[in-house]
Each structure stands twice: as structure tokens, then as C-alpha cells.
Design a protein around this ligand. Structure first.
Ligand code: NAD
Length: 374
């Protein structure tokens, strides 16, 4: 009989739904030597968590995350709650000896992230941050192409933009993502964190930064209709920087780009070529090589759907494209393998902490109107 891994998942809304889908599907597409049991789902409101349990396919429901974290039957804690709860839940889960998958950003700030790293190190538990965009097959292919030298031995530029438009309406309510005591920061920790993570993954560590941040709408209606509250996070951030290897960084994240829904674009230019990726066309990668014959040079359009491409062996025949939810299943497949080996897999909590340090440096730079070194 196959060994079983039992999952306890905290939070059942947007990410809870995405992760539940991945936990349900992972063993059906990836050849794992283990059975996955969706053991307990947790939220605060009994009727809502019970409904989520039924809809998302979990065995038990709980309204107390401490009970889930301390349940001796559970092997893995998967954290999908707002950012202010990540540290407390993860530290308790580490002390209870559980493997931990935590949503990004790892925490609200560097101090919380440091405490989380210390806790997982002390407990020796497997840990991972869910920067699922690393597991888009086209992005994993970018990583392989850079490592194989296809862009040359020098990277000159990393340019990334993450643009959305869901809060451009001034009457959009003051949800938790717009309150610093819950979210930490705004667009910065929410979506800039993803393109920072991709920059660290694909190009290297960041050495210095210079940024600007803006809050365009400073007051919004409270969700319960009782009046107005202050927006205490950034709406947009833009920064330049330098990687330790000399590459230049140019990043922008905004929730004020009307018409842009989940627009993630990357361009990386190296001494032998360039790569371009657009999430809204996530099965494709554009590659320019200076080694192509003169007169025939131009951006190639690679449809990243073949068995030779990362993760695609687990999915469909060539040309049968995949989508957003597959990025979570690919992430969880790697996480499960890591749990079985007893060895963390990237991006680890240490990566989450490194990310927080970049976020904090950009915030400091914007505040001081000056360059900040890391
Ligand atoms: N990887 C990604 O691309 C991605 C995308 C969206 C969100 N996120 C991250 O996922 C996390 C959750 O975001 P979301 O969009 O799913 O939020 P959400 O508001 O949609 O859902 C939050 C969930 O947490 C639950 N919750 C809140 N406090 C709780 C508590 N004390 N105990 C138990 N449950 C509690 C809520 O009931 C809800 O089910 C955030 O950290 C966010 O940054 C990551």
C-alpha cells in the first residue's frame, strides 16, 4: 500500500481553492509514490468552512487553525490566509514538526520572516513559499536556458512588469489587501514580490535598489458600509536596481493599469540573446539568439507544451495548452517530492526572507528618496 500524506489547509477562499485543486489533482497527473489525503480544511466561520469542505473535497472542517496544526495525524500545513497570520501559523506548525507550504509574501516584514526562518531551521522541517509562477513551464524553461548559457555568459537587463486594474474605482472597498496592519504592504508585497522572486530565481541576488511608491486613492469605503477608512499601503511601485552579477533591474507593479488584469511581462537580455514572456500567453516563450544565421535572426515563438519541456510530461500532448491552476499543481508536485526526501525545495522560507529584504530596501529607498544597498 502507498504511504499517505495528510494535508491540513488554513484558508479556503481564492488561494484555498487553487491549492485544493492542486492537492486533488497532483497524484492523478504526477507519478508520486504517495497518496495525498485532503484531511482538514480550516476557516473562521463554521457554515462557510463546511460549505468549502464539501465543495473543495476535504474530509474534515475546522474553525481553529491551532487544532489543525497540532493534529498528530496531519503531515503538511498549507497556509492560504492573509499575510498577518502567516508567521504565527507557520511558527506553530514548525514547532509541531509539520512540513509547511506558505503563500507569498512569506510575511508582512523582515522581522516576521526572520522568525519564520529561525523556526523552520530549529525544527528541521521542510518548507516552501508558494511563488507558483516559478513553475510555469515557460518560466522553468527560461531558467534552464539561462543556466545552459543560451543567453550568454552575461545578463545585461531584467525588466519585469506586473500590472492589474482591480482597484482603479475609488468606490472599491477597503479590503484587507489595502490595510498595512494585515497586508504589510500593498501592490509591493502582493505582486511586486512575485517579479522580485522571478528576478532572484532567473538572474541572481539584488545588490542595490532605488524606488518610488504611490498611493493614488487614500480613502475608501469600509466593506461593512459604515463609512470610510484610510488606505495604508501603496497602490503602485516602480524601481530600478542592480544585481550582484552586474545586471540591471527595472521593475514595476501596479493595480492602476486600466485594462491590465493579471499582466506579467518579463524581458531578459543577455550577451548572446533575449527572452520575452507574457503571462497572458503563458504557454509561449519568445527567444532571440545572436547565434542564428544572419538574415534569419528574429524572435522565435516557442510553444512550451512538449514532453521535453519542464512539467509537461505530466500533462497533455503537444499543443494542448495548460493554464493558471497547473502552476499550483506543478508547485505542489515538487513540494510533495521534497517532503518525501525530507529536504526543502525552492523557493524556501530563506528565499521568502531574501524577498522581504528586497521589499524593505525598496520601501526605505522610496521613503528616503535615495539608493539603498542590500
Ligand atoms: N501565489 C499567488 O499568486 C497568490 C495569489 C493570491 C493570493 N496569494 C496569497 O495567498 C494568501 C491568501 O490570499 P487570498 O487571496 O486567498 O485571500 P482571501 O481573502 O481570498 O482568503 C483568505 C482566507 O483566509 C481565511 N482566514 C483569515 N483569517 C483566518 C484565521 N485566523 N484562521 C483561519 N482562516 C482564516 C479566510 O476565511 C479566507 O478563507 C495571501 O497571503 C496572499 O498574498 C497568493
Amino acid at each position: 500500500m502507498k504511504k499517505k500524506l495528510k494535508i491540513g489547509m488554513i484558508g479556503y477562499n481564492f488561494m484555498g481553492k487553487a491549492h485544493s485543486s492542486a492537492w486533488r489533482q497532483v497524484g492523478r497527473f504526477f507519478d508520486l509514490p504517495v497518496e495525498i489525503e485532503l484531511h482538514t480544511i480550516c476557516g473562521r466561520t463554521p457554515s462557510k468552512v463546511e460549505k468549502a469542505r464539501e465543495t473543495l473535497g476535504w474530509k474534515k472542517a475546522s474553525t481553529d487553525w491551532r487544532e489543525v496544526v497540532n493534529d498528530p495525524e496531519i503531515d503538511i500545513i498549507d497556509i492560504n490566509t492573509p499575510n498577518d497570520t502567516h508567521a504565527e501559523i507557520a511558527i506553530a506548525a514548525a514547532r509541531a514538526g509539520k512540513a509547511i507550504l506558505c503563500e507569498k509574501p512569506l510575511a508582512r516584514n523582515v522581522a516576521e520572516a526572520e522568525a519564520m526562518v529561525a523556526a523552520v531551521k530549529e525544527a528541521g522541517v521542510v518548507n516552501m513559499v508558494c511563488h507558483n509562477y516559478r513553475r510555469i513551464p515557460a518560466i522553468a524553461l527560461v531558467k534552464k536556458m539561462i543556466d545552459d548559457g543560451l543567453l550568454g555568459d552575461r545578463i545585461y537587463h531584467y525588466r519585469a512588469r506586473y500590472a492589474q486594474d482591480w482597484i482603479t474605482d475609488p468606490n472599491f472597498p477597503l479590503v484587507w489587501r489595502l490595510r498595512s496592519e494585515i497586508a504589510g504592504s500593498g501592490t509591493h508585497g502582493d505582486i511586486d514580490a512575485h517579479i522580485i522572486d522571478l528576478g532572484r530565481y532567473l538572474v541572481g541576488e539584488i545588490a542595490e535598489v532605488c524606488g518610488i511608491m504611490e498611493t493614488f486613492i487614500t480613502e475608501r469605503p469600509l466593506p461593512d458600509g459604515s463609512g470610510f477608512g484610510k488606505v495604508t499601503v501603496d497602490d503602485a511601485v516602480s524601481w530600478i536596481g542592480r544585481f550582484r552579477n552586474g545586471a540591471m533591474a527595472n521593475l514595476e507593479a501596479t493595480r492602476f493599469a486600466n485594462g491590465r488584469k493579471n499582466h506579467i511581462t518579463l524581458e531578459i537580455n543577455g550577451s548572446k540573446g533575449s527572452l520575452y514572456f507574457d503571462f497572458e500567453d503563458m504557454n509561449r516563450l519568445k527567444f532571440f539568439s545572436t547565434e542564428d544565421p544572419q538574415g534569419l535572426q528574429g524572435f522565435r515563438d516557442i510553444l512550451v507544451t512538449e514532453g521535453v519541456h519542464p512539467y509537461l510530461n505530466a500533462w497533455w500532448p503537444p499543443g494542448h495548452i495548460i493554464g493558471y491552476e497547473h502552476t499550483f499543481t506543478n508547485t505542489i508536485a515538487d513540494f510533495v517530492q521534497a517532503v518525501l526526501k525530507g529536504c526543502s525545495v525552492h523557493p524556501t522560507f530563506e528565499d521568502g526572507l531574501a524577498n522581504e529584504r528586497v521589499l524593505a530596501a525598496v520601501q526605505e529607498s522610496a521613503r528616503k528618496r535615495a539608493w539603498v544597498s542590500l
